[in-house]
Ligand binder design. Structure first.
Ligand SMILES: Nc1ncnc2c1ncn2[C@@H]1O[C@H](COP(=O)(O)OP(=O)(O)OP(=O)(O)O)[C@@H](O)[C@H]1O
Ligand SMILES: CC(=O)C(=O)O
Ligand SMILES: [K+]
Ligand SMILES: [Mg+2]
Length: 590
């Protein structure tokens, strides 16, 4: 790129000469001494990328404020699917929970960390789902390892109905089974207890209705051939352990060395001399034929996210993304790479780069690498995701003891705090919400710990600045990134109440979220599907709003709609950015 560009940042941006006060301790500008409503800095785009006119930053003072123009190459945002655009231009949609939170506690106290709940027998009813939505569930996860497609379809229907009838924007994430080795479904039993010293049979034979006592089926045909006498067999990452004693045809006799509860379809790994054995099962495809059918199901149901289990390489993600694109022109399903195998750690950056987000799936990850390596892997994945601008979910065993007990352990609270402190986009409940005794209580713990830790770290100003590399490929993308970095920095320095972002595809909102600003981000988008997808990203409060290319009009409309609902008030200080007209505007709410 030969053209030079003046990207404005707070350091090279000239504000009007008019003095304005330093942020006071409550970090709120008195509207009387500073009239930010009139400051508008725009990066307008020239239509000719090769234009010889040199880019310029113009700051003009229109009375008391200023406006700046910065020219650049044309931006290209793709138009979202027309089908999902809601034509009602007079309303704004936000979920009832956020609305109450904003009204009662103000901007600062809103939760920035998003919450994902796995839906299972304990939470599949409409009322239970509603209780989770009221409790702050942003994304409902359905795990295709369990239940029938018909069961999952009903859950999706209920979540949809909840969104329609009660104004929520709960997104749906479908998680594939993947083709690693796991046990069968225990013939319908909810669990099986293995006691110390007991002999259990792991068999590749399928059992119809009658499962012989102390026998479990294993889904991998090569199992009996690949294991050796003396191997250690770990169920669910070591929750239960066995030693292989004898092989009899398709049956493998094992002695329980670490007793515990085995759940249906629990994952099985085997170890030899302290290392994970990956014989022919290493060749199992990431996406099995059953997974492809589940993916077709997810596409036809219009789920918002598909999470792929046991990803090994970026190719499988790229392949799936083109498969989805060819089959679902109207909806845009985001693909989340689950990082839960040794192979995925080896190819981490390429996999995350190819995906729309990632999950630190600590359950299986902890079965493939030594447990003491899981925390550093988590930190690394969270950091790479933030740098590459991909949402990241920290999952598994966050509040494991709450499957049975109404209060978490102190260690669990510390674990949740750590994920919040790392500023992961989202935390996930698995068994706690799918089949535990206290799904709502577990969600409430995630909620209160998140809010508390976020507030604490904001107040202490403990967050280290993170180097955010350029992620976009076009010049226009770079401008959007710089705008977001500058806007977030300005928002922190000026102590504004909220950042507003008007975004058609959601991209600009995600770039702002990546900066992890101190104030919440109101993300306005015209489609319900983008709004749902943004619900996974840190700090974003997604609104559905029809808007035009006239930012002045958009802002006035937003202010009056939000004021009418008591969600903002006169005098609130806001910074607005948009991907319609690449710009930063500082405004006080009239
Ligand atoms: N749809 C479902 N029907 C029945 N039980 C379910 C369902 N979803 C989850 N569960 C139960 O909740 C437990 C925890 O759920 P989770 O989604 O973490 O599954 P998992 O088997 O550990 O697999 P994964 O590694 O894919 O997360 C499961 O082991 C299962 O017992
Ligand atoms: C979530 C998941 O798949 C795991 O932790 O293994
Ligand atoms: K799964
Ligand atoms: Mg897993």
């Amino acid at each position: 790129m030969s053209r030079s560009l003046h990207i404005f940042t707070p350091s090279n941006l000239t504000f009007p000469k008019q003095p304005y006060p330093k942020p006071s301790s409550n970090r709120r500008f008195p509207a009387t001494t500073f009239s930010p409503k009139l400051i508008s800095i725009k990066a307008s785009t020239s239509s000719d990328p090769n234009s010889s006119t040199s880019p310029q930053v113009l700051i003009s003072n229109n009375g008391t404020g200023a406006s700046g123009i910065l020219s650049s190459t044309p931006q290209d945002y793709d138009t979202p699917p027309s089908q999902s655009i809601i034509s009602d231009s007079s309303s704004i949609e936000v979920d009832a929970v956020t609305e109450v939170e904003l009204k009662e506690n103000g901007f600062r106290s809103t939760r920035r960390t998003k919450l994902v709940c796995t839906i299972g027998p304990a939470t599949c009813g409409f009322e239970e789902l509603e209780a989770l939505a009221v409790g702050g569930m942003n994304v409902a996860r359905i795990n295709m390892c369990h239940g029938t497609r018909e069961w999952h379809r009903r859950v999706i229907e209920r979540v949809r109905r909840l969104n329609e009838e009660k104004g929520f924007a709960v997104a749906i994430m479908m998680d594939t089974e993947g083709s690693e080795i796991h046990m069968g479904d225990l013939g319908g039993a909810s669990s099986a207890k293995a006691e110390d010293g007991e002999i259990w049979t792991f068999s590749v034979r399928a059992f119809d209705s009658h499962r012989p006592e102390r026998t479990v089926n294993v889904n991998y045909d090569g199992f009996a051939e690949d294991v050796k006498v003396g191997d250690e067999l770990l169920v669910d990452g070591g929750m239960v352990r066995f030693e292989v004693m004898e092989k009899i045809g398709p049956d493998v006799k094992c002695r329980c060395t670490d007793p515990g509860l085995m759940l249906p379809r629990a994952n099985v790994t085997f170890w030899r001399d302290g290392s994970l054995v990956r014989e022919r099962n290493a060749m199992l495809p990431t996406i099995s034929s059953k997974d492809w059918l589940d993916i077709d199901f997810g596409i036809s149901e219009g789920v918002d996210f598909i999470a792929i289990s046991f990803v090994k390489s970026a190719e499988v993600i790229t392949h799936l993304k083109s498969y989805i694109a060819a089959r679902s022109r109207d909806s845009d399903i985001a693909v989340i790479a689950k990082i839960e195998s040794i192979d995925s750690l080896k190819n981490l950056e390429e996999i995350i780069q190819a995906s729309d987000g990632a999950m630190v799936a600590r359950g299986d990850l902890g079965a493939q690498i030594p447990l003491e390596q899981v925390p550093s892997a988590q930190q690394n994945i969270v950091q790479i995701c933030r740098q590459l601008n991909k949402p990241v979910i920290v999952a598994s065993q966050l509040l494991e003891s709450m499957i049975e007990y109404p209060t978490p352990t102190r260690a669990e609270v510390a674990d949740v705090s750590e994920a919040v402190r790392q500023r992961a986009d989202a935390l996930m409940l698995s068994g706690e919400s799918a089949m535990g005794q206290y799904p709502e209580k577990a969600l409430a713990v995630l909620r209160s710990v998140s809010v508390r830790i976020e507030k604490w770290w904001r107040e202490e100003k403990c967050h280290e600045a993170m180097e955010l590399p350029v992620v976009g490929s076009s010049f226009s993308d770079s401008i959007s990134e710089e705008i977001c970095i500058s806007a977030a920095k300005m928002a922190n320095n000026l102590g504004v109440d909220a950042l507003f972002v008007y975004t058609k595809t959601g991209h600009m909102a995600s770039l702002l979220s990546r900066c992890r600003p101190d104030c919440p981000i109101f993300a306005f988008t015209s489609t319900t599907s983008v709004r749902r997808r943004l619900n996974l990203q840190w700090g974003l409060i997604p609104f559905r709003l029809s808007f035009s290319d006239d930012m002045e009009g958009n802002l006035n409309k937003t202010f009056s709609l939000l004021k009418a609902r008591g969600m903002i008030k006169s005098g609130d200080l806001v910074i607005a950015v948009s991907d319609i007209l690449q710009s930063i505007q500082v405004l006080t709410v009239p």
